[in-house]
Design a protein around this ligand. Sequence first.
Ligand code: PBG
Length: 328
Amino acid sequence: MQEKNMEISTRLRRLRQSAAMRALTRETDLLPHHFVAPFFVMEGKGKKEPIPSMPGVFRYSIDTLVREFESYMKLSISALNLFCYVPNEKKDPQGSEAWRRGNLLERATKAIKKEFPESLLMVDIALDPFTSHGHDGLVERGTIINDKTVELLVKMSLLAARAGADVVAPSDMMDGRVRAIRQALDKSGFTDTAILSYAAKYASSFYGPFRDALSSAPSFGDKKTYQMDPANAREALRECALDEEEGADLLLIKPALTNLDIIAKVRAQTNLPLGAYQVSGEYSMIKFGAEKGFLNETAAFYETLTAIRRAGADFIFTYAAKQVAELL
Ligand code: PBG
């Protein structure tokens, strides 16, 4: 039965009618080279330990990590970010394992760059995986102190740069650390080592699974005196502007999905490359949702990662990098 057509002059569905038309008119792309794959490295040989709060994510010893990363390189994911898993007996209140010569961070960095010189290796710079209290800074009388912490972050950054890291990525949210790290790197001749600043990092419940992965949950209090209040947007713009002025090469917003507005605002403010971190809680929500059978995980990753790109992120840290790259 041929009805009379409605008088609609502009029919947007014309642009959605075939896969080819949708592809032609798609505004945002998602490609393997947009991803940074976070890895958890641990001591030992031949180790691959599952992390119960993050299905599909493992802690690797250096040898198995190198083998695993090869499969990422084959999928055109050449950027990775390294976190160290530190056993409790190596933790102390200063996190001194973080900058000890010959530590896991140094050996893992060297091994990866030796095996994959063409990879882009970022090293997380923060004390929390190394401190007995789980905070990102030194603690004096119950307070996380800023300036002495920055000195330690500088030492850790120099260690990472010496070992061959392409990028040091301070995730601690202390004030003034980007400038201090830049000056120290330059003074030691590491003028080519880039700084990715976790510029706007919010105090978030979505870091829960990550803290399980590194057993790094704070033993007292919370991180609200250094990580940002999720209620604030203007403050994020100040954080990003300041880190840019201090010499950051790349900026990162985190978590991603709760801060799409921040990503868009920072994108409008800066010409620096901008990234976002789809954090552990965002990842595990999708994984456990899929396990319960109420969503398709690959489709959910594709959708969330595309939305993060659409908001304005150039690159995305995601634990689903390989899974999504296999689909693309
Ligand atoms: C700590 C750090 C955290 C994450 C990255 N670096 C956790 C925290 O601040 O407690 C979280 C990443 C994730 O949840 O995937 N410096």
